[in-house]
Design a protein around this ligand. Sequence first.
Ligand SMILES: [Zn+2]
Length: 495
Amino acid sequence: MATATDISPAVRARYEPVIGLEVHVQLLTASKIFCSCSTRFGDPPNSNVCPVCLGLPGALPVLNRKAAEFATLAAMALNCRVNERSVFARKNYFYPDLPKGYQISQYDKPLAEFGYIEVKTNGGTKKIGITRVHLEEDAGKSLHDGFPDSADRTCLDLNRCGVPLIEIVSEPDLRSPDEAHEYLTRLKEIILYTAVSDCNMEEGSLRCDANVSVRPLGQEKFGTKTEVKNVNSFRFIRQALEYEIERQIAILESGGAIQQETRLYNADEGKTYGMRSKEEAHDYRYFPEPDLLPLVVDAAWQEQVRRTLPELPEARRARMVADYGITDYDAGVLTSAKALADQFEEAARGARNPKRVANLVQSELLGRLKAKGLEIEQSPISMRGVAMSADLVESGAISGKMLKELYDLAFERSQDFPAIYEKDKPQQITDAAAIEKIIDHVIAANPKQVEQYRAGKTTLKGFFVGQVMKTTKGQANPALVNELLEKKLAADERR
Ligand SMILES: [Zn+2]
């Protein structure tokens, strides 16, 4: 980890960091927020533009209903109060990638306020307040390299102009880079569950700016903050915050003062650099957008959106622990992606014994994935495959030992369980006469246990099954062994 200075842990411990995050999330609408241009990523530069998103004189914006709906859904998932009436505003600034000279955003009347996310910290769970969620349009992209004349010129791609975003602003409730990391992880998870964004950081669908300051422990007043911008992974955000906190402490310790400014993080060096002094809100000369009516999300519409709110990750984890008897940790793994949790639950519900599916995931699947360094999404065995294998064990068609071997094969060949089972179905002894013979032998060799069994200690059946399986190297059909054993032990009794 890069550190700014050699400040000692003792000095570091005398200060408390205060962190607030601003997260921009791109909404997954097919068209832009105020025009019908496509939002598709990766199209040729400047191919998805029109007079509205180019800001040509006389062009008028029309709000995309879907964008408002998605933003409302996200706000609800973040426990916000949705304002029935919110107002679009012009945020004026000059930048080459903003052809209108202003961005349509929301200012003093945002779409939603007063939300929170619960995060896990060392001391348990903590509520991180969400100040607001508002709708706005994205700006274009400046392309600084990749062209023959990149040394002298910057190119512009305006395809992204007018792509719908929500900005999610947290309260300054975070007290460490770890908490910030956890907040972002939970936030992303919740947004992914609502499916209003793909949160793809490489494509810029999720971007994060961090406001950070430090104050002497026990002091109530916040210190002067800096804003760290455009960090493109959660890991880098944690690193950038670590660096920035130490940099600020070092300045204060040497008697200096923090400059309120915007800083950029250089991931290669692990350092932040001053970019510009931070604008105040009045620098943007916000005023209500005269070309758009206020956005009205009335009670009926809110209710309609609320009905589409899915079960959210935290609630789902708790329910899965209760329903399937799995651990908190495994519920966390299985709910890490909604698709995975859906697959698991679908498979588990369709299986004869849902708990066995959960057990197999824990005991046979996760360990093998870990050993191979694979994420669960990359598993060769699908949840459907796990369910099928669970049913086979349940019905006695295969033994636990055979299942392990088939799982090994599936991982070796990167094939799903049904395919492996079809091809390498274990040779089972299903010949009743052969099994009976073995049972006779086991009964003859264990007179004491037979006597106890007959006296009522029926739990000894497991012992006999084990003996038969041992003799057949686990290849006897378990269901048949059970059936025949019961018959034999009972038959002997009558003799
Ligand atoms: Zn357009």
